[in-house]
Ligand binder design. Structure first.
Ligand SMILES: *Cc1c(COP(=O)(O)O)cnc(C)c1O
Length: 475
């Protein structure tokens, strides 16, 4: 299996070459040259793997179609080390529960940080350790977070050889629970840097440091953002696992509704569908930051400025542009790399939008690729959280509420709809209190974490100071 860039770079790469990379050298995103096809016989085998063995073995089956430069035994061992009941809270790893009618919820948020990013990041931690050890190299991960990504990265990398994490976050702006999760990690390879500023300041610092190519090379700096192909690939697995749980035979179809920000999660659904998983529709749910909903309704992709990017009660979906979206557009355009480069290159930075509404291919987003979309507001989320709690006896977080609200608008008779649960309510307690008048339940392991000792370095929003700190700690 070889990987190409969505912008046409002629060089082809293998999985382990792109594992530690973000963007391709031409600014594009990596995709496999073609999607391996899962025919009826193989889908039936995989259903048996799911039923007879477990999630880790299903993950191995999916991953081995895309990874041919890690020996099979090693890959299986990595999957089994990653997806354990101990780390993910149950044997099923991603248990499906019934909400009402034909609507189900697939729980992706029972990993160490209680958000779905653990599903991919935990695997990435093991893959990084494996590959870095094999090469005899080290990697310093520099990132910016407003919550979920940073803590998922730290919990994935905390005990891994060859990896250090430097994670910037805006001081005092994460929820107390999120701060406690991150700052209570005392592992010597984890560095929390609280920046006196907002999230954009953190992101600017990361960009400035990564833009200093000499520094980047000397200190072997990498990232773990959602454009990383291995993260996306890891997420493909739970679409299969959700399908097997919601159906009794492979002649059936299901739909998924996915609370979306950077389009990583639902893009994995698109990959699963391209492989032949019988998905009827992929419903993209957004909050008030509705870049993606606007595109799927109209064909207009309009990047938002910071003044038009809202802070909402589903903050992990508060995006101005969707960094994985280029992958889907590349497929939508029949894999025309030249056109993809035109749309996403300098013109997008200059104009802030592109418009496919008049292009006949746009209609295929719905007809051929199964996409639909919807949005929710703060009031919708509160209503949905209340309704699920009071009428159905299930407490859901605001991101999952986005998905449930939009899923209900896209039900089709006879086709199970699976809404993806991307976080547990305790992470967003303030909104739950607003909706229900009470604190959400807290898993036993998280009792009293706000009182644990914390390790965090507070710093002004100054690139030099951050670099200096890294130099001192990249021993
Ligand atoms: C990251 C995140 C999302 C958005 O996922 P994308 O892959 O960026 O679309 C949704 N919900 C939660 C809780 C998240 O952490």
């Amino acid at each position: 299996m070889l990987y190409l860039s969505t912008r046409g770079d002629p060089q082809r790469r293998r999985f382990c070459e792109i594992l530690l990379e973000g963007l391709a050298p031409d600014g594009g995103l990596y995709l496999p040259e073609q999607y391996p096809q899962v025919d009826a016989r193989r889908l039936q085998e995989w259903r048996h793997v799911w039923q007879a063995r477990d999630y880790a073995d299903l993950a191995f089956e999916v991953l081995s179609l895309y990874i041919d430069d890690i020996p099979a035994d090693d890959l299986l061992a990595l999957c089994r080390k990653t997806y354990t009941a101990q780390v993910f809270g149950s044997e099923a790893i991603v248990p499906l529960r019934h909400l009402e009618g034909e609507l189900h919820i697939e729980a992706l948020s029972n990993g160490p940080t209680l958000a779905f990013k653990d599903m991919a990041m935990q695997l990435l931690g093991h893959l990084f350790e494996y590959e870095l050890t094999r090469r005899g190299e080290e990697l310093n991960i520099l990132g910016a977070t407003s919550g979920d990504t940073g803590s998922a990265a730290e919990y994935a990398m905390r005990d891994k050889r060859g990896v250090r994490v430097f994670m910037t976050s805006p001081q005092g702006r994460m929820s107390p629970f999120q701060q406690a999760q991150m700052f209570s990690l005392l592992d010597p390879n984890i560095h929390n840097i609280a920046i006196e500023g907002v999230f954009d300041d953190c992101q600017d610092i990361v960009k400035a440091v990564s833009g200093d190519l000499a520094f980047k090379r000397q200190f072997r700096i990498g990232t773990v953002n959602s454009i990383n192909w291995a993260r996306l690939l890891a997420q493909v697995v739970y679409y299969f696992a959700g399908y097997f749980q919601a159906t009794s035979g492979n002649e059936q179809k299901v739909s998924f509704c996915v609370p979306s920000g950077n389009f990583g999660n639902v893009c994995a659904g698109h990959v699963a569908r391209q492989m032949g998983l019988p998905i009827d529709r992929l419903v993209v749910a957004t909050n008030e930051n509705d870049v993606l909903d606007e595109f799927f309704r109209t064909g207009l992709y309009r990047v938002r400025g910071s003044a038009d990017t809202f802070e909402t009660s589903s903050p992990s979906m508060d995006i101005s542009k969707a960094s994985n979206f280029e992958r889907f557009v590349f497929d939508l355009l029949g894999r025309d790399a030249q056109r993809t480069a035109q749309l996403f290159g300098p013109a997008l930075a200059r104009d802030g939008f592109f418009d496919l509404s008049a292009d006949p291919l746009f209609a295929q987003a719905a007809t051929r690729h199964g996409f639909a979309s919807g949005r929710s507001t703060h009031a919708n989320r509160l209503d949905t959280i209340r309704d699920c709690d009071q009428r159905l006896g299930q407490t859901i977080d605001p991101h999952t509420a986005d998905a449930v609200k939009v899923a209900r608008e896209h039900m089709r008779h006879g086709i199970p709809m699976i809404a993806l649960e991307t976080a547990l309510p305790i992470k967003f307690a303030a909104t739950l209190v607003e909706a229900l008048g009470r604190e959400p339940e807290r898993p036993a392991a998280f009792e009293g974490i706000e009182q644990l000792p914390k390790r965090v370095q507070v710093m002004p929003a100054d690139v030099q100071k951050v670099k200096q700190y890294m130099v001192e700690h990249c021993a």
